[in-house]
Design a protein around this ligand. Structure first.
Ligand code: G6P
Ligand code: MG
Length: 224
């Protein structure tokens, strides 16, 4: 981590599992589909799916069940659509109460201190979730995942996030709950902040057990 705290000018956020608890809904919807297809659900599969795009997630599930050659492309699209329909039904019930602890205060603190903020979520439902949470105004810059050629762990999404802010990657902190996301941030040369399990997020520059501990003061202290 070559960057010092004083060089940081912007924050690029993952959404699911960082801003809100939607990772639970993604997991529930994928698990339902996997079990219907006869694929055994494991914690390793569950963690590996976090941060991964919709079609790549489906491929991972099929591979885990050794049925990657069973479906045509059209059938795969139909399966992914089925998962998404179940997921969208869940997020439509969301309210600002679903914002994870401390996140609103953290965003307010970032804004008050002049930091630029962008969203780098692989989810095509990201803008809908922000609307449900009434957080759209906090994220004037949102990377469009449909415009990317590669998903996380490729750094493209985090590089694009910095570009949208008009900043060098080195002037940005990226915030993630998934191993694939931390890998993407590190490869983009941003400072990686992980929220969650120490083993999963072993490669994060800075890590917190939960979102309530993720404050500007704590990040500054951890970066030295
Ligand atoms: C995020 C989530 C993943 C999800 C992906 C695509 O990265 O962490 O669990 O699969 O977005 O989401 P979408 O809403 O486009 O299917
Ligand atoms: Mg996430």
């Amino acid at each position: 981590m070559a960057t010092t705290f004083d060089q940081i000018k912007g924050f690029v956020f993952d959404l699911d599992g960082v801003i809100t608890d939607t990772s639970l809904y993604h997991t529930k919807a994928w698990r339902q589909l996997a079990e219907k297809l006869g694929v055994t659900w494991t914690k390793t599969l569950e963690d590996g799916l976090k941060g991964i795009s919709r079609m790549d997630s489906l491929e991972m599930i099929l591979k885990a069940g050794n049925i990657q050659d069973k479906y045509t492309q059209d059938e795969k699209v139909a399966l992914a659509t089925e998962k998404n329909t179940n997921y969208v039904n869940e997020i439509k019930k969301m309210t600002p109460a679903n914002i994870l602890p401390g996140i609103k205060a953290f965003l307010d603190d970032l804004r008050a201190n002049g930091y630029l903020i962008a969203l780098a979520s692989a989810s095509k439902n990201g803008p809908t979730v922000l609307t449900q949470l009434k957080l759209t105004d906090y994220f004037p810059k949102v990377v469009d995942p449909a415009s990317l050629s590669k998903g996380k762990p490729d750094p493209e999404i985090y590089i694009r996030g910095a570009e949208l802010l008009g900043l060098a990657p080195e002037a940005c902190v990226g915030v993630e709950d998934a191993a694939a996301g931390i890998e993407a941030i590190n490869a983009a040369n941003e400072v990686s902040v992980g929220v969650g399990d120490a083993t999963t997020l072993a490669d994060a520059d800075v890590r917190f057990d939960d979102t309530a501990q993720m404050t500007l003061a704590n990040i500054k202290a951890a970066m030295g």
